[in-house]
Design a protein around this ligand. Sequence first.
Ligand SMILES: *[C@@H]1O[C@H](CO)[C@@H](O)[C@H](O)[C@H]1NC(C)=O
Ligand SMILES: *[C@@H]1O[C@H](CO)[C@@H](O)[C@H](O)[C@H]1NC(C)=O
Length: 352
Amino acid sequence: MIELANELGVSSYVFFTCSAAILGFVFYLPIHYNQIGREFETSDSDSIIPAYSHPVPTNVVPSFAFNKYGGYASSLKHATRFKETKGIIVNTFAELEPHAVNQLKSDSETLPIYTAGPLLDLEGKRQDSDCERIMKWLDDQPPSSVVFLCFGSMGSFEPDQLAEMAIAIERSGYRFLWAVRSPPFKDDPTKRMGEYSNLSDVLPEGFLERTENRGLLCGWAPQMEVLAHEAVGGFVSHCGWNSTLESLWYGVPVATWPLYAEQQINAFELVRELELALELKLDYRTENAKNLVMAEEIEKAIRCLMDSENPIRGRVKEMKEMSRKAIQNGGSSFISVGRLIEDIHINKANKA
Ligand SMILES: *[C@@H]1O[C@H](CO)[C@@H](O)[C@H](O)[C@H]1NC(C)=O
Ligand SMILES: *[C@@H]1O[C@H](CO)[C@@H](O)[C@H](O)[C@H]1NC(C)=O
């Protein structure tokens, strides 16, 4: 696209939908390649990546970086090509990732970095009968009493892991809203993942009956509306960047359970760098089928997440206010987008 834009005499910009820290990770790859000469390997020691203030353990490095032709080589190329554009627009805000944003700005030489976030789809509601059922149920629950478990449209678990989760949820005693998705059908891998046709078959015997007065299960949840609801007190999340921005926008604390893509390093950033989330898991990966998370560990995290005294709760509330200020008139992202518009005009004028 950059070449095409050049041919047409049009300025190109990158819109980067992940965090500023991940952009920093991509820019770190050429340095990594110069030092090591190959993709990441699981036995590698921690990496010093400038966009992160702590050394980054190899077990949270994005999966693509371990696979030469499955992502490492192309990301390495992106790191160079991104710098041929007129600037990079990142879906984040300066107050959320101060270290990463400052580091990117000081390190990217003349390449402008524009923080434009949080960009959220606040209007995109899906109204259907299940959505209504969920919101009605939430209306009947006391404030901050419900733990919400949801792992994105691609986030699924095998029955043995679901069973551990069910035991933990039941033992925690908390009210819950749990979005459960099935893995791609084994007998027909062309079928996409979806909803289990009968949850009684995969959850521990009697679970549904015993918890029917304090919990609700669904195959798909209107995540934004759920997070906006005052009944929700905590969110067990896969830490996709959208979900992260959404949970902060509504001030709901997260317990981290990353699954794939760059979610492990997002979880690491939230827990270690920003102290804005509670660690359930940092290094869980869907592709490592053997790493079953046991019920005790999940239960402990849910209790800690829902504890009203947890200091993370206050920090997340502060970040909620900052995320809203960032996009208002005079806020950091507002100013940054203004600068983007000015720079586009200048680039256009220089061409003419
Ligand atoms: C993230 O949110 C944006 C809307 O703000 C949407 O267009 C995009 O598809 C979402 N990405 C994922 C992976 O869900
Ligand atoms: C789901 O499975 C349970 C136990 O296997 C059975 O009792 C129940 O009737 C099934 N429900 C549906 C809707 O098929």
